[in-house]
Design a protein around this ligand. Structure first.
Ligand code: FES
Length: 141
């Protein structure tokens, strides 16, 4: 997935599209991540100023949602569901194995709605059921 480098001008243009929205902070953070691949720390201040919120308000939303990133993405996006149903079928063990193999590229996720086929994983936008290291590795090729 190709992202734009962070730019205050682009970020301001994105925020202008939310001018009439109610409760736009989450949408603003999602727009930043969609455009830049993550939410830059400068975006937090920009969003706070733009919508007349405190940086703490914006930071609170940013840290509440696990899908929002504060660092640039790696080459591949790999997330493994660690919600209850997937934990019951070994998701935590899979996360530990995957982190040993792929390091920081592995993110936690919270339910892809694929609970009957857990553990579920998402690799570069592709949902994988009954995920294991072999399937994740295959999806990266
Ligand atoms: S609990 Fe993992 S997909 Fe729902």
């Amino acid at each position: 997935m190709k992202y734009s480098p962070w730019s205050q001008d682009v970020a301001r243009t994105l925020l202008a599209t939310l001018r009439d929205e109610k409760g736009p902070v989450l949408m603003a953070l999602q727009l930043m991540q969609k455009e830049f691949g993550y939410v830059d720390k400068d975006s937090v201040e920009l969003i706070a100023n733009y919508f007349n919120k405190s940086r703490a308000d914006v930071h609170g939303v940013l840290t509440f949602y696990h899908d929002l990133r504060t660092t640039p993405p790696t080459d591949h996006q790999i997330a493994i569901c660690v919600a209850e149903a997937c934990q019951a079928v070994g998701a935590r063990e899979l996360v530990n194995q995957a982190r040993a193999m792929f390091g920081d590229q592995i993110n936690d996720a919270y339910c892809y709605g694929n609970c009957a086929l857990g553990p579920a994983a998402m690799v570069d936008g592709k949902l994988i059921g009954r995920a294991n290291l072999e399937k994740i590795t295959e999806a990266l090729m």
